[in-house]
Design a protein around this ligand. Sequence first.
Ligand code: SAM
Length: 222
Amino acid sequence: MDKVEIFENERAAGYNQFVETWIPNYNYFLDRLPKLLRETNNKDLLVVGCGTGNEIERFIQSPEYWDITGIDPSPEMIKQAHEKLQNRKNVKFIEGVVTDLNVEKKYGAATLLLVLHFLNDDGEKLNLLKSIAERLESGAPFVILDITGDEIQIKHNLKILRLLLPDGLDEEQINNRLNRIEKELYPVSEKRMSELCTEAGFELPLRFFQSAIYMGWITKKK
Ligand SMILES: C[S@@+](CC[C@H](N)C(=O)[O-])C[C@H]1O[C@@H](n2cnc3c(N)ncnc32)[C@H](O)[C@@H]1O
């Protein structure tokens, strides 16, 4: 069973406000996601850790017709996604983890935004990436957004992140959050991200986006 980071109560309820504050250019990234994946012929899309449905919302609005499966272990996040995107016949939500999905069904593209940094690099990250790769057809594009960098990069980019935050935030709250990112999450270096992806069954990933500590990666299932 994949390791799960719990999102409930205030953490789930305040999620959208939180990402907008703390991830500069997040909405730009989301808006461009459908364009990045649109070359795939198989429009069966797997959105891993779909949370409140932010990625899915963008795919619904795109000109291509996507058949979307959003999967997330948090009932409260999935509930918000349901409420936001009710009654779409091309969207299915599953409360669970990737290993719950039938491995016979192959998707044509997948996304994994802001999930990997919650998992330890002791096999947890690799297991999740492998379980996604196993459910993609060969050549399927896969996009990751995650905190990435070695210790020094993260340290410097946290300073940049502080500069980019909206004005008027509480200083103590800023310090607590930056401290948590540095001490309690599990980012990996760019080199390690490449190793994990290739070991899991993907091509060498390309870093195409960066906003302070957050990097966007694109690769394909081998
Ligand atoms: C920071 S949120 C990101 C949500 C969404 N991808 C977005 O960008 O708005 C992280 C999400 O990952 C989910 N999650 C935690 N562990 C997971 C796992 N092992 N597999 C899939 N999703 C997981 C959490 O429930 C949460 O909804």
